[in-house]
Design a protein around this ligand. Sequence first.
Ligand code: NI
Length: 94
Amino acid sequence: MEQEWDENKETVGTITIVYDHGVHELMEKLTDLQHQYSKQIRSTLHIHLDEHRCLEVLVVRGRSGELKKIADSLIATKGVKHGKLTATTTGKDL
Ligand code: NI
């Protein structure tokens, strides 16, 4: 598992974020970020939790360091209430 977090190691994971879509320009910022990393973000799932809050799950693939950077950027965006990167493995070396 620790090997998986070698910065350059090819890995896969999910980033989960919860945010209020009403926060000024938040959705534009999140969308811009996701376009910026379109190579690493392989799929996204968006669920409208209630009138204001949204949950998104992004399936990411790339170098560990890149995935962490993407997660950190999304989570640091003002209006994002919660965020978590979960690393899994391609299973290649298991
Ligand atoms: Ni929504």
